[in-house]
Design a protein around this ligand. Sequence first.
Ligand code: PLP
Length: 402
Amino acid sequence: MRARILKQDLNHDFAERMKALGTETAFEVLAAARRLEAQGRNIVHLEIGEPDFATPPHIIEAAVRALHEGYTHYTPAPGLPQAREAVAAYVAQTRGIPVTDEQVVLVPGSKNILLFALLALVDPGDEVIYPDPGYPIYESLARFVGAKLRPIRLREQNDFRFDRDEFRALVNERTRLVILNTPHNPCGSVLEQEDLETIAEALAPTRAYVLSDEIYSRIQYEGTAKSIAAVPGMQERTIILDGLSKAYAMTGWRLGYGVMNPALAAHMSRLMINSSSCAAAFTQMAAIAALTGPQDSVDAMVREFRARRDLIVRELNSIEGVSCRMPKGAFYALANVHHIDPNAKQLSTFLMEEGGLACLPGTAFGEGGRGYLRFSYANSQENIREGMRRMQAALKSYLVTA
Ligand SMILES: Cc1ncc(COP(=O)(O)O)c(C=O)c1O
C-alpha cells in the first residue's frame, strides 16, 4: 500500500518549470501517424520537416573514416579546432563577415544554440521578441527561462514579413533577445535587406541580442539568404544559428553550430560542459567534409525542392476554399484554409484520420497560424500528388463542428 502511494506521488511530483515547457507538434503528429500505420492504415507524410534525401556519400565516408581513425572520444566542449575552423571559414564566406574559430560553438543539434542563448542572456522578466507564426521551440524555451513573451505577427497580406512599425513599437529597454528566422518555418518567407536594416536601427540604442536562425539558409529559391550579422554594427550582438540537418540531409546526425562574439561563445562552451560535454567527434569530422567538400548534392536537392514547391502550391491553389502563397525558401507551404475551417486544428486531425494525410495545423506555430495548415514538401512528387488528391477527396465530406 505504502509503495503504491509513493509511486503515485513520484509520478506527479515534477519541478514547477516543466509546466512552462511546450513541444513541437510535428513530432506528436508523426507519432500519431505511425500509430495509424501500425494499425494497417496508409498515411502520406507531409508533417515532418526533414529532407527525405540520403546524406551525401562523401560525408558518410568521412564519418566512417573518422571512426576508424579513432575519433571516438571526447573533444573540446566547443568542438575540435579543425571543425571550428571549417565552420568559421564557411560562415565567413557565405555571410561575407569575418569569423574566427573562438566565435564558433558546435552542438548536438542547432536547437541547443537557441536554448543556450536564452540561458546565457535572458533573466526572468526580460523580453524576447519572436515571430508568430514561428518555430514553436522559440516560444516554448523563452517561456521556460521565464522571459516575457513578445510575439510579432507575420501576416499573409504582408508576405509573412513583419510590419516594421509594429516591430519598432515592440522594442524597448527590456528587450533582451530578438529571434529571427530566414528563410522561415512555417511561412517560407524571407527577410529582405530593408527588414534587417529596420531591425538593426531599432535595436541600436538597446542591449538586445539577435538570434538569427539561418538553418534554412541554403534552401532559398531566389537570390541568396541575407544575414543580419552582415548589417554594419550587428555582428557583435548577433548569434547565427545554423547546422547540417537541413542543407545536407543530416537530421539524425545531430550537428548544429552557433557563431557569436567570443565572450558569449565562452559561456556557451560552459553550457556544453554542463550538458552534452561535446558534439560527437566523428560527426564533427563529417561536418568538415560537408562544409568543405563538393556542394553539388545541395544544389540538386534544392532544385528538386523547387519543383516540389511549384507542384504543391499549384495543387493547393486548385482546391476550392484553399489558397497558398509561393514560398521563397525552406520546404514548407502554409495554406490558407479560413474558408473551410477558421481554426484548422480539427481539419488537420480529420485529414489524417479520415483522409490518410498528415499535415500540421497552423496553430502549432502560434496564434498567428489560426486558419492555416502547414505542409512539408520534403517528400516525393508522387507522394505530394497523392496527398493533395486525398485532401481534395476528404474535404468533400468535411463539416466544421467546432
Ligand atoms: C526553424 C528551425 N530552427 C531550428 C531547427 C532545429 O534543427 P536541428 O536541431 O536539427 O539542427 C529546426 C528544425 O526543424 C527548424 O525548423
